[in-house]
Design a protein around this ligand. Structure first.
Ligand SMILES: [Fe+2]
Length: 261
């Protein structure tokens, strides 16, 4: 379903309200109580369907998750998803709004345009514009297992660029495992329409003019510890292996076809 920007904003506001109410409930409980509440779905908000790939990342507003917190289990647990979306990612979106207000940026403009000239703005803008964009893309890059396989032009491009899907996974996983500290690993389309794998630190991304690794991001994996530590602790490699079961290849293929037009 393709939503208009107006519909998207309305949905985002509704979700924000739901998330805020839920966040208040979460604040009132701790430990095992929180886990029990999350597992019973009593505090799960209404989720919206996935948005069109071309819309992802253009908005300054947090979009609804396209699935329930429980949808990615057993590979990513519901509590990790809830905290990740409603706390970490929601904070990036709020701080982005605050930074935009402070730096006189119109929040109805295209976020991807801002990222491409991020060197002209504050560190707060860089961290939160990147954090918001990266997470909005990340949610859409995943779906309930099984992942399936790439199709169409993307499948051909992966085979031509990396040799096979398995070879791609190995190279992508290496980029994710070897990113020191917090950051992201990416599959991108470069300016000459080639596929490339790389990584960025912190909340930087390949759209940013400050990034050494550049391209249009098709697929990204969050390797900050908040993305996996509850279930996988220090075993980042196990999280990465499990994560391949969740890749939404239809979404990635749609972004690829848009990028090479
Ligand atoms: Fe994250």
């Amino acid at each position: 379903m393709i939503m208009s920007a107006q519909d998207s904003n309305k949905n985002s506001r509704r979700n924000f309200i739901g998330t805020t109410v839920k966040a208040a409930l979460v604040t009132a409980v701790t430990g095992s109580q929180l886990h029990a509440l999350a597992s019973t779905k009593k505090i799960t908000p209404t989720f919206a369907p996935a948005v069109a790939p071309v819309l992802v990342g253009k908005s300054f507003t947090q979009l609804p998750l396209p699935y329930a917190y429980t949808a990615l289990e057993p590979f990513i647990d519901a509590l990790t998803m809830e905290i990740h979306y409603s706390k970490h990612a929601a904070t990036y979106a709020k701080n982005l709004q605050d930074a935009a207000a402070a730096e006189n940026i119109n929040t109805n403009s295209n976020l991807e345009d801002l990222l491409q000239k991020i060197s002209g703005y504050s560190a707060k803008m860089r961290n939160n514009a990147g954090g918001h964009y990266n997470h909005e893309l990340f949610w859409q890059c995943m779906k309930a297992a099984p992942a399936g396989t790439p199709t169409g032009a993307l499948a051909t491009a992966i085979n031509n660029s990396f040799g096979s899907l398995d070879a791609f996974k190995t190279q992508f996983a290496d980029a994710a495992k070897n990113r020191f500290g917090s950051g992201w690993a990416w599959l991108v389309v470069t300016v000459d329409k080639k596929l490339a794998i790389g990584s960025t630190a912190n909340q930087d991304n390949p759209l940013m003019d400050v990034s050494a690794f550049k391209g249009f991001p098709l697929l990204g994996i969050d390797v900050w510890e908040h993305a996996y530590y509850l279930k996988y602790q220090n075993k980042r490699a196990d999280y990465i292996t499990a994560w391949f079961n969740l890749v939404n290849w239809d979404f990635v293929a749609a972004r690829y076809e848009k990028a090479i037009q």
